[in-house]
Design a protein around this ligand. Structure first.
Ligand code: COA
Length: 196
């Protein structure tokens, strides 16, 4: 999706690559002292969707989601769960883990969404929307802009991000390993009335 996540796209299934930290200019720890592991984020009770901080116990469910729809392997999922600077949310639907989201705080004031994925059987029920809104509502303190990259052909995801308030701001040519372009999208939290 973005930053290091382009590596799996460039070489699907070819294994792990360490993120290029120099591109980020250093990473600040996520403000997890405010949101300890297992802290229940804003409940979307009316929709039966419960976003929360991921724990190690979520690993098998997240690997299953990735095997069903994306190309992150178990090591990559585990790495994000362990990475102190990553913010990893899961959303439960009917008490089952239905989707997940990974983001990094990028100094000084950016939040980069690296992955959003929902189990195929749980789609179009608001899981991804709940994850994104929880991330922005609960983890955007000090953030001026939220960034992400999405395949140009991924019309569903682009529609999702536009619904949230993201706008397309650029295109990265041949960003993915198969030559597909990425659309660069931003959610500006400084200049706009809160969209969420
Ligand atoms: C893209 C993805 C995360 C969406 O998850 P989801 O939980 O089904 O999305 P939501 O139910 O929250 O959708 C919210 C809105 O986004 C839009 N949307 C989501 N998926 C869509 C699709 N396939 N086609 C068109 N619009 C779509 C719709 O406007 C939708 O609202 P609606 O259902 O009321 O019409 C999911 O399809 C997925 O995991 N895809 C594979 C991985 C992927 O492509 N991730 C994005 C990488 S950048």
């Amino acid at each position: 999706m973005g930053l290091w996540a382009r590596a799996p796209h460039r070489a699907p299934g070819s294994g792990w690559r360490e993120p290029n930290m120099s591109r980020l200019g250093g990473i600040s720890p996520a403000p997890q002292s405010l949101f300890p592991r297992n802290f229940p984020l804003r409940a979307f009770a009316s929709e039966g969707i419960s976003p929360r901080i991921a724990t190690d116990a979520d690993l098998p469910a997240l690997v299953a989601i990735e095997q069903a729809c994306c190309n992150w392997n178990a090591a990559q999922v585990a790495e994000e769960l362990l990475r102190p600077t990553a913010i990893v949310l899961v959303a439960e639907l009917d008490s089952q883990v239905a989707g997940w989201l990974v983001a990094w705080r990028v100094p000084p004031d950016e939040l980069q969404i690296l992955q959003v994925a929902v189990a195929p059987a749980c789609r179009r029920r608001g899981v991804a929307r709940a994850l994104l809104t929880a991330m922005v509502r609960e983890h955007s303190g000090g953030v001026a802009v939220v960034l992400l990259e999405v395949r140009a052909s991924n019309e569903g995801a682009i529609k999702l991000y536009e619904d949230i308030g993201f706008v397309s701001v650029g295109r990265r040519r041949r960003f993915y390993s198969d030559g597909e372009d990425a659309i660069l999208m931003n959610l500006n939290l400084e200049c706009c009335a809160a969209p969420l």
